[in-house]
Every structure is written in structure tokens, then in C-alpha cells.
Write a protein that binds this ligand. Structure first.
Ligand code: SAM
Ligand code: SF4
Length: 430
């Protein structure tokens, strides 16, 4: 029997899908390269915005009637058994803590197509998949270090879909990281909804300790971590990033808004000033430190003045990149019950203005790099331009350049051109 997994949403979902693929392959199922050739289709879903949720259902609507459909992930967890009643096309729903049972569930479905659901939450961290053998890249590997979230930002559904925070023991993280480095991965990304809130369940050691240990013991070019919550910043982290050449000087640090008034309503526990203070502390110690962020526009009661605070924060920080979203009311979240009082038109206008500003910032910063020599990690051959490769800088900027270097190589390149989203370069000395 063949399977195909389609993933919506964030890097956590991509990581979960890799683990599901690994579990199924180990249990005698074969991956199909195209969805139309698969007997079983797993749709791993995202519930963060209504649009992502709706996309999953239109995808399911296009599947062939004879294909077995399993809906996994955040939408399953949020909407539960109701889904089976409303969507006859779904054979089984599997929640965010139950996918380790996927092989058994799919085997039963193949035998007798009986509809059902697996939705329970687990209490502590469990090593669900001892080895993820289906990684999508040979250069970058993702390592989950914590799951769930206890922050309950008022707009967010994640605490309800992923449950309470659970931390993975340091010894398991360190063992996986060493193994990945031995296998030749050049970049490790530590994953968690609140990655900087990690704490070792046995010793009580904190995230800066873990990062220090990893950077000292694991031989890779860059260690990254996503996503950091500004409310839990530990000043020791700045020293750890400064001390290790193999920790990328780039932090994804979602502000969400530049207005303290809106941050309060969002239940984010920091103010604009506290956020900027952390950025300044990093930059005093590490002048070339890069940041990226997420922003939501059109949150309930956001005024033009609040929005202008967001734009001024962006000008002040000069982010390397920004993910921006129009506010989408979500069930279960606190703000989901509040009037969604910023019109669709205003949300769209603010989103466009924010994105235009960010493009200007990126273009200016990228142009300043022309003529400079930088270090690039080669990710893969260019998908269209023959003889070219695609790489990433330490700040996660895409660089395209002619080269025959293999994925995973580190190249010194000279920047020759710049657009808002990527750089062009040639190998230094070429
Ligand atoms: N844990 C991370 C954090 O705290 O930044 C990210 C969680 S979420 C999967 C990714 C991003 O989606 C958030 O940073 C936020 O900008 C956006 N988001 C979450 N809920 C949203 C909503 N209801 N409407 C629009 N965007 C939302
Ligand atoms: Fe959602 Fe806030 Fe938790 Fe991020 S920190 S997952 S935005 S509740």
C-alpha cells in the first residue's frame, strides 16, 4: 500500500510529517511521489488562520473517492469528532499527540475502512519516533526540543491544538544532535513554540545552558532555534550566542505588534520598550546580530496610531525578514469572542503597507551588501538555472550563484546583485 503526506502550516508540521513518513515506511508502507498514485493520503493540517484550515478541506475535496483520507494535526485537534460528521470524505482523524499510532490506524483502515478518531493528549514528553529517517533536506535537520504552549496569546489557537508545554530531556536532544552531525547535517534547527522557555525536565537547566552545551559539543556550521518568545528572554542567551561561532547570529523574535496597548490585549507579556531593550542588548554585544519577526495587523481595536507604532518598530529594528498576517478570529481563543472590528479592507491596506515597508528595508540592506564577501551554506542546486546553486547566509538570506559546490558546502562569495528577497553572488576568487 502506498501513502502520500500533504503538509499545511509551520515547520513543526513539516517535522511531524517527516516523522509520520518515517513511521509508515518502517511499517511496510511505500511513499508515493505523486498524490494521485497513493492509496492513503494523510493531510497534516494547520489551524492558525481560517485560510489555512479551509485550504485543507478544498485539498481533500479534490482527492479520488477510492483513496483513504486521514486528516491529521491541528485542525483535527481543534474540531475533533465533529469533523467526521460534517466531512464524509474523511476516514480517520488523528490529533497532534496521536500520530505515533498512525501505522496501526492505517493498517486497520486498509483492512476494513471503518471511520474513527484518535485525539487524546499525552501528559509528558514521549519519544514517539526514535529516529526520523525521512528528513526532507540533507543539509538542515530540525530537532523538536519542546511541544505545546502555555502562553495563551489571545488570538492564538495553538495552546488548544498542541496542548500544555512539554520539554524533551537534554540527554535525548544532545544524542540526536550528535547523531545528525555524524550523519553530515551542517545546520541544526531547534524547534518549539516557545523554544527559549525550554527547561530540562530532570535537572531544571534552562535554554541558554542547552544551547551552550550543543554549540560546544556538536560539530555543525550553524545551530538555529525557532521560535523565541520575547517575554521569556534570558540575558545569558546573548553571552552564549556571542561565545560560539557555530550559533547563527540570527534570532526569530516575533513582536506581533509595535503598540504596547495592542500587545496587552494580545496577552503578550512584554511592552514595546522591553522588546526594544532586548534587541539593543543583543546589538551592543553583537553589532551584526540579525532579527526576523511575525506581525499581525488588524487585531481587534487596532487603530491607525497602533499600526503606525508597528511600522516605526520595524524601521527601528530593520528586520532581516518578516512574516505578516491579517488577523483571523479563531475558535477557542479569547479574542475569537471579541468583535472583529477592523474591516477586511483596512486589514488588507495595513498588510500591504507593512509589506511594502519591509521590502524597502530589505532592498536597502541587501544593496549595502553588494561588493562584500560573505559566507554561504549551499542548500541545493538551483531549480531552474543550470550550473547555479541556492545557498543561505547566517541571517537566512537566500543567495544564488554559479557553482558546482555540493549541498552542505560552505562557500565564500562576493555579492554582485541584490533584490529585496535574495542576493546574487559569485564565488570569491572566481
Ligand atoms: N509560537 C510562535 C510565537 O509565539 O510567535 C508562533 C506561533 S504561530 C504558529 C505563527 C504566527 O501566526 C504567529 O507568530 C502569529 O503572527 C500568527 N498568528 C497566530 N494566530 C493568528 C491569528 N489568529 N490571526 C493571524 N495570525 C495569527
Ligand atoms: Fe500562540 Fe502565543 Fe503560544 Fe506563540 S506564544 S504559540 S502565538 S499562544
Amino acid at each position: 500500500m502506498t501513502f502520500f503526506i500533504h503538509t499545511f502550516g509551520c515547520q513543526m508540521n513539516v517535522n511531524d510529517s517527516e516523522k509520520m513518513a518515517s513511521l509508515l515506511s518502517r511499517n511496510g508502507f511505500a511513499p508515493a511521489s505523486r498524490v494521485e498514485d497513493a492509496g492513503v493520503v494523510i493531510v497534516n493540517t494547520c489551524a492558525v488562520r481560517a485560510k489555512a484550515r479551509d485550504k485543507a478541506f478544498s485539498y481533500i475535496g479534490r482527492l479520488k473517492p477510492e483513496q483513504i483520507v486521514v486528516l491529521a494535526g491541528c485542525v483535527a485537534q481543534a474540531e475533533r469528532r465533529e469533523l467526521l460528521r460534517r466531512w464524509r470524505r474523511i476516514d480517520y482523524i488523528v490529533g497532534t499527540h496521536q500520530f505515533y499510532r498512525l501505522a496501526e490506524i492505517v493498517s486497520d483502515l486498509v483492512e476494513k475502512r471503518e471511520r474513527g478518531a484518535a485525539l487524546g493528549f499525552s501528559r509528558g514528553w514521549t519519544e514517539l519516533v526514535p529516529e526520523n529517517a525521512s528528513r526532507s533536506s540533507r543539509v538542515t535537520a530540525y530537532i523538536s526540543i519542546m511541544e505545546g504552549c502555555d502562553n495563551f496569546c489571545s488570538y492564538c489557537i495553538v495552546p488548544f491544538t498542541r496542548g500544555r508545554e512539554k520539554n524533551r530531556p537534554a540527554r535525548d536532544i544532545l544524542a540526536e544532535a550528535r547523531q545528525l552531525a555524524d550523519q553530515g547535517f551542517r545546520e541544526l534547527v531547534l524547534l518549539g513554540q516557545n523554544v527559549n522557555h525550554w527547561i530540562d525536565p530532570h535537572s531544571g537547566e534552562t535554554f541558554s545552558w542547552l544551547l551552550d552545551r550543543l554549540a560546544s559539543e556538536v560539530d555543525v556550521r550553524w545551530i538555529r532555534f525557532i521560535t523565541s518568545y520575547p517575554g521569556y528572554h534570558d540575558p545569558r542567551l546573548v553571552d552564549v550566542v556571542f561565545a560560539h561561532e557555530n550559533i547563527a547570529r540570527h534570532v526569530h523574535f516575533p513582536a506581533q505588534s509595535g503598540s504596547t496597548r495592542i500587545l496587552r490585549r494580545m496577552n503578550r507579556i512584554y511592552s514595546r520598550e522591553e522588546y526594544l531593550e532586548i534587541i539593543d542588548r543583543y546589538r551592543q554585544r553583537i553589532p551584526d546580530m540579525k532579527f526576523s519577526s511575525d506581525f499581525i495587523v488588524g487585531f481587534p481595536a487596532e487603530t491607525e496610531a497602533d499600526f503606525l507604532d508597528t511600522l516605526s518598530l520595524m524601521r527601528r529594528v530593520e528586520y532581516e525578514s518578516v512574516f505578516s498576517f491579517a488577523y483571523s478570529p479563531r475558535p477557542l481563543s479569547r479574542a475569537g469572542d471579541w468583535p472583529d472590528d477592523v474591516s477586511g479592507e483596512v486589514k488588507k491596506d495595513r498588510l500591504q503597507r507593512l509589506q511594502r515597508l519591509q521590502e524597502e528595508i530589505q532592498l536597502r540592506n541587501n544593496r549595502e551588501r553588494i561588493g562584500r564577501e560573505i559566507e554561504v551554506l549551499v542548500m541545493h542546486p538551483h531549480p531552474v538555472a543550470a550550473g547555479e546553486v541556492v545557498g543561505r547566509t547566517e541571517g537566512y538570506r537566500v543567495v544564488n550563484f554559479p557553482s558546482s559546490a555540493a549541498p552542505g558546502s560552505i562557500c565564500r562569495v562576493r555579492v554582485t546583485g541584490a533584490g529585496p528577497h535574495s542576493l546574487r553572488a559569485k564565488e570569491a576568487g572566481a
